[in-house]
Design a protein around this ligand. Structure first.
Ligand code: HEM
Length: 498
């Protein structure tokens, strides 16, 4: 029996009273209305019907990728002057602070999947700037597995559950990679020590793509973002991760939430690599190729500021599940590069949000601008909480409607040639394997041994010879020692499995 009011109810309802969604008082939250004691239920029990119907509708489609995640609010503070490179207001002015929301995630797992798994981590940042929201939707990996957005659905299908077995199949994962030599570098990264972060606090974040910055003089630069964790990079081995994942599926969520509740606020230092726009054409490889990093010797890190997370969301569904980050949310002074992957993403995210959350997702508190105001003539649609009042809904109008600025956010890109499905031209020296080899050679003997064991543990599960035979040469091309040792380790596992 639950607690109930003793005094008779009339007039305004006190805050202690349980109500229906229409605000009427609920008399009994334990017993449905029946036709007599022990009799069937009554359709007039509007409260029961409303409660069951509402419950049926609690879940929305999970994100097609990055479904499992954790979020927190905080701020970004400018500590170093980068105004020579961008006119973005939130990056100008030493000490300037901008509110942010950051959602971390794993990629392949579903909403209830374990956190401690070998998978890239998402690092999606929303800056609530005075010039509108700027979304930087990155990962904890500086590189990605493919270079053309047309391959993204195939790539993700190969990483997720097989349509027949309902299981994530190593065969599919490696079949895709065996047909995608450009994945050799990110695969080396993923199966190395950093492939299973100990927590979201103990990993770096990267914008990964090359972006455009433009300064007040209109000069354009190509930029890569690096958020270095101030907690130090910490990772898990396969065995440690398996134990944690088996005991606590929510290990990353628990770690982040509890650290912030304890007042131990995680922070990252933002650095950028900056390439003058004119360098791109003469750089020795395509600087817009997402499978490659820019060596720091060529473009050193330049410090920008610090990112601090200091506030947990009040409600995970409202603020984390319904958060919507889109790489096409730019502010003046920041724009896209011609990276084909980025260009594809400029479409994909807002489209996903319209499907997953609805056309008015930008009105939700977590997604709406906080330091600016959205003023346009987009109107109505399902669940329009802010339908624009009595203001005219067309532009131009003579009734005080908002004006366009006539100023592009970024600088124009020069283009040449013919339309068509062009393959990205191969680079003679910096092919798909060179940076994988460089990463391998940077590793200590112990790191190399763990990398080979991790890769062989996965590739060794593949039973089809053609897949193994197609992918091993990629590692050999990266570094003959890498290829030889992996081939040997895979052969041993496959032989011992019969
Ligand atoms: C989430 C598409 C590549 C980072 C998503 C979502 C889609 C998507 C549809 C779900 C969005 C939502 O429902 O809110 C794509 C496509 C890609 C691509 C088509 C390639 C063409 C990348 C890359 C990165 C990345 C290269 C990182 C550099 C993320 C992150 C999320 C995400 C962090 C989760 C955002 C959040 O926390 O809400 N992606 N993605 N994706 N993607 Fe991608």
């Amino acid at each position: 029996m639950s607690e109930h009011l003793t005094e008779p109810l009339s007039g305004p309802i006190s805050e202690r009273v349980l109500t229906t969604e229409a605000g009427a008082p609920v008399a009994d939250n334990q017993n449905s209305a029946q036709a007599g004691v022990g009799g069937p239920l009554l359709i007039q029990d509007q409260y029961l019907l409303e409660k069951l119907a509402r419950f049926n509708r609690e879940r929305i489609p999970e994100r097609v990728v990055h479904a499992r995640g954790s979020g927190a609010y905080g701020f970004f503070e400018v500590t170093d002057d980068v105004s020579a490179f961008t006119r973005a207001h939130f990056l100008g002015g030493l000490g300037r602070r901008t509110e942010v929301f950051l959602r971390f995630s794993t990629v392949a797992g579903n909403l209830g999947a374990s956190d401690a798994v070998r998978d890239p981590r998402g690092f999606a940042l929303k800056f609530y700037t005075e010039e509108g929201n700027y979304d930087l939707v990155g990962n904890n990996t500086p590189v990605f597995f493919i270079k053309d957005p047309l391959k993204f659905p195939d790539f993700i299908h190969s990483q997720k559950r097989d349509p027949f077995t309902g299981i994530t199949e190593a065969e599919n994962v490696w079949d895709f990679w065996s047909h995608s030599p450009e994945a050799t570098h990110p695969v080396t990264w993923l199966f190395g020590d950093r492939g299973i972060p100990a927590s979201y606090r103990h990993m770096n974040g990267y914008g990964s793509h090359t972006y455009q910055w433009v300064n007040t003089a209109g000069e354009a630069f190509w930029v890569k973002y690096h958020f270095k964790t101030n907690q130090g990079v910490r990772s898990l081995t396969n065995d440690q991760a398996a134990e944690i994942a088996g005991g606590d599926a929510d290990s990353h969520q628990r770690d982040l939430h509890q650290a912030i509740e304890r007042g131990v606020f995680p922070s990252w230092t933002l650095h950028v690599q900056v390439m003058p726009a004119a360098d791109a054409a003469r750089y020795r490889f395509n600087p817009f190729d997402l499978t490659k990093v820019w060596p720091h010797a060529d473009y050193p890190l330049i410090k920008v500021g610090r990112l601090v997370l200091d506030r947990n969301p009040e409600n995970v569904f409202a603020e984390v599940e319904q958060a919507a980050f889109s790489p096409n949310n730019f502010v003046p002074g920041i724009g896209p590069s011609p990276d084909k992957m980025l260009q594809g993403r400029l479409f994909a995210y807002a489209d996903a949000h319209r499907y997953r959350l609805g056309v008015n997702h930008t009105q939700l508190a977590v997604n709406a601008p906080h330091a600016a105001t959205a003023r346009n003539h987009g109107r109505d649609g399902a669940m329009a909480a802010n339908a624009g009042g009595r203001a005219k809904n067309y532009e131009p109008n003579s009734f005080g409607g908002p004006y366009e600025t006539g100023q592009a956010l970024g600088a124009p890109l020069a283009v040449t040639g013919f339309t068509g499905t062009h393959e990205t031209p191969a680079h003679v020296k910096d092919d798909d394997f060179v940076q994988a080899g460089e990463l391998y050679r940077l590793m200590s003997d112990e790191e190399k041994a763990r990398l080979i064991a991790n890769l062989a543990g996965s590739l060794g599960q593949v039973t089809r010879d053609d897949i193994v035979d197609r992918v091993l040469p990629h590692f050999h091309a990266a570094d003959p020692d890498y290829g030889r040792r992996l081939a040997e380790a895979v052969r041993e596992i496959r032989e011992s499995d019969g």
